[in-house]
Design a protein around this ligand. Structure first.
Ligand SMILES: [Zn+2]
Length: 303
């Protein structure tokens, strides 16, 4: 009787141990696979910004039309982090693409800094890009690093002067415009240069600095807009509807839609505050923009 009890106990213990070992092996296998497949998902802080009810309703209306929403223009600056961008994606239903400025006088001024930026951002399952500001970026940036990125974004807001010195066109007290038609002609050539670079997104298209903004309609003629869009389409470049900007105006977006150009939305943030992308989302709704009109990029499977 006692021996039968001992044998029963021994069998039970053996089974329990076998189950433990099996569970442990399964657990170790999961851990091993997890290190290849999954990105660690952190616990989110409670005080990250929350989207408003109105925004969530607008996103729901757009998603009912099967729109895939991606904000490709989230700078990791001013307190914005990859973790916050990912939390916002989770809450708002708008995917996040994070980037930072590259170039000689910019935060990512060399390949080492760019590598560290990618390393940091890739802790989260986000699209990762860069904003390029020097016109020779594709010659100076490490190709292996470029291959790790999901997209390259550029705008036309920095133009070299006659001596080759970059001018930030929004800092109007730092440069002269002697002859407006001549300057506009030079700016037009600059726009054509940027749209023909190996970029993915042209941000803030048809931008003009405040000093010459009054010439918008005479400068951005249908012929110029058409030529600009055709160059982008041929080069595989999408055009951004940036939320805090007044550019591009509706005529450009309508022509872009007519020509089949791809569009994107973006916030171009300077901090980590709530950004509801109001103008971008309003235009998507008002102009009946569909997913076919939008640039939908997948994430790099391996970086
Ligand atoms: Zn930007």
């Amino acid at each position: 009787m006692l021996s039968a009890k001992c044998r029963h106990l021994s069998i039970t213990l053996t089974l329990q141990l076998q189950t433990m070992y099996f569970c442990r092996i399964v657990y170790l296998c999961v851990l091993f696979l997890n290190s290849f497949i999954f990105v660690p998902i952190p616990v989110f802080a409670e005080d990250f910004p929350k989207p408003s009810h109105e925004m969530l309703q607008q996103v729901a209306r757009l998603k009912a039309k099967e729109l895939i929403l991606i904000d490709y223009h989230i700078h990791l600056r001013g307190g914005m982090t990859a973790e916050k961008a990912f939390d916002w994606e989770r809450q708002s239903g708008i995917k996040s693409g994070v980037l930072e400025n590259t170039g000689k006088d910019w935060p990512l001024s060399d390949n080492e800094k760019l590598a560290a930026f990618i390393e940091n951002a890739q802790q989260f399952p986000l699209l990762i890009g860069i904003q390029v500001n020097d016109r020779d970026w594709y010659k100076t940036t490490d190709r292996k690093l470029l291959a790790k990125l999901d997209y390259i974004l550029a705008d036309t807001m920095i133009m070299n002067d006659e001596t080759g010195k970059p001018q930030k066109l929004w800092l109007e007290n730092q440069y002269e415009i002697q002859d407006i038609p001549v300057w506009l002609e030079r700016y037009w050539r600059h726009c054509q240069t940027v749209v023909n670079e190996p970029i993915t997104i042209l941000a803030n298209p048809t931008y003009l600095p405040p000093r010459v903004e009054q010439y918008y309609d005479t400068f951005w003629t249908e012929e110029r807009m058409s030529q600009f869009l055709d160059a982008g389409i041929k080069n595989g470049v999408a055009f951004e509807i940036q939320s805090p900007s007044k550019f591009p105006k509706r005529a450009f977006i309508k022509l872009a839609l007519k020509k089949g150009a791809k569009l994107t939305i973006g916030r171009n943030n300077h901090n980590d505050h709530r950004e509801e992308l109001k103008r971008s989302l309003d235009l998507l709704e008002e102009l009946n923009i569909t997913t076919n009109n939008l640039l939908i990029l997948p994430r790099q499977p391996l970086r």
